[in-house]
Ligand binder design. Structure first.
Ligand code: HEC
Length: 115
């Protein structure tokens, strides 16, 4: 581990603290309750909604990789814009995911529009 290249250290640490208890260390989620992040089409199809989803949480009926989920994800109001950027870049580039990175400035604009 010490020798491994780890480009998303801050995001990885924040993920462990704030997300892994539900979405699991490997991003696979938990059965019918918690949707996966690893290989999740939601990250691609709803990319523009992700910053607000992290900050405000979500309770909706959503479809991830063809399966329906409807449990509540709590808000993360204490996470800064930078922390949300780091977490999103970590989950979008872990577990085989290879989605484009978020830039802090664009993410800030997206966060201003949260309901
Ligand atoms: C208490 C459990 C819980 C925690 C903690 C949690 N989530 Fe979630 N998350 C959920 C649930 C449940 C859903 C589905 C919500 C729905 O159906 O409306 C979800 C949905 C998502 C989605 C959209 C669906 C998908 O699988 O792509 C993303 C992205 C996501 N969470 C990322 C995160 C991140 C990043 C964190 C940490 C900052 C986090 N979650 C913390 C439970 C949690």
């Amino acid at each position: 581990m010490a020798c491994e290249r780890q480009p998303y250290q801050s995001g990885a640490r924040l993920y462990k603290t704030h997300c892994a208890n539900c979405h699991m260390d490997n991003g696979e989620g938990l059965g019918a309750l918690i949707p996966p992040l690893a290989g999740a089409d939601y990250l691609v199809n709803h990319r523009d909604e992700l910053p607000c989803l992290i900050r405000k949480g979500i309770q909706d009926t959503i479809v991830v990789n063809g399966k329906m989920y409807a449990e509540k994800m709590p808000a993360n109001e204490a996470l800064s814009d930078v922390q949300i950027t780091n977490i999103l870049n970590y989950i979008n580039n872990s577990w085989g995911n290879k989605n484009p990175a978020f830039q802090l400035e664009t993410l800030r604009e997206m966060l201003k529009k949260c309901q």
